[in-house]
Design a protein around this ligand. Structure first.
Ligand SMILES: C[S@@+](CC[C@H](N)C(=O)[O-])C[C@H]1O[C@@H](n2cnc3c(N)ncnc32)[C@H](O)[C@@H]1O
Length: 188
């Protein structure tokens, strides 16, 4: 196994461990439930959209010091708090709407969006923006809380209207014992 492959295996092991830390994740999957799903590698540029308090990114920053991490949220106060709390050189926070991402085309290797899509006023536009800023072969991971089956259908329709047409993976996470969430993984 070369150093690069060893890094990847280590990242995955740490991600799995960190995602299992809290019992409440079995009750309601949160952003850390995404951790074991992510295809983490060295030197990646990662964006979390609707990052809120930066929980996912601050966790990633504890073991991904060779990746560039970005968090984006429309809530100005929250972004200011995150910036104040941030001690990591490879982590930045941006205040902007998901529907108008302040990044160049083909910029990110990984985009995550957890429990945020249902808050966006223009969901198809937000998805198309994610598509624009993802590199070719870049990956989008969505975790979405489901209030009922109707929301899953509505959400599937939104996805079909966007540039992300065929997902690689789609499932209800195994951790969702009491509250259902919907996990979707796309490769551009
Ligand atoms: C329920 S929180 C999810 C936070 C986090 N991703 C998690 O899973 O714990 C939803 C976040 O989406 C943000 N949000 C809502 N509309 C947005 C938009 N149009 N663009 C960017 N962020 C938005 C909110 O400010 C909020 O922080």
């Amino acid at each position: 196994m070369n150093t690069h492959q060893r890094d990847i295996t280590n990242y995955q092991r740490i991600a799995k461990l960190l995602s299992k830390n809290h019992i409440r994740r079995f009750i309601k999957p949160d952003c850390l439930s995404l951790l074991p799903e992510l295809n983490l590698r060295s030197d990646q540029r990662i964006l979390d959209i609707g990052c809120n308090n930066g929980r996912l990114l601050f966790t990633l920053a504890t073991f991904l010091d060779d990746c560039e991490l970005h968090g984006l949220d429309i809530a100005e106060g929250q972004i200011r708090k995150n910036q104040k709390r941030n001690r990591y050189k490879n982590l930045q926070f941006h205040c902007a709407p998901a529907e108008n991402l302040p990044f160049a085309n083909n910029w990110f290797d990984i985009i995550t969006c957890s429990n945020a899509m249902n808050h966006f006023p223009q969901r198809v536009r937000a998805l198309d923006e994610m598509h624009r800023v993802l590199k070719p072969s870049g990956e989008l991971y969505i975790l979405e809380g489901l209030r009922d089956g109707a929301w899953k259908q509505k959400f599937d329709k939104i996805l079909r209207q966007s540039r992300f047409i065929r997902p690689e993976k789609k499932h209800l996470p195994r951790t969702a014992l009491f509250s259902k969430s919907y996990f979707i993984h796309f490769i551009k």
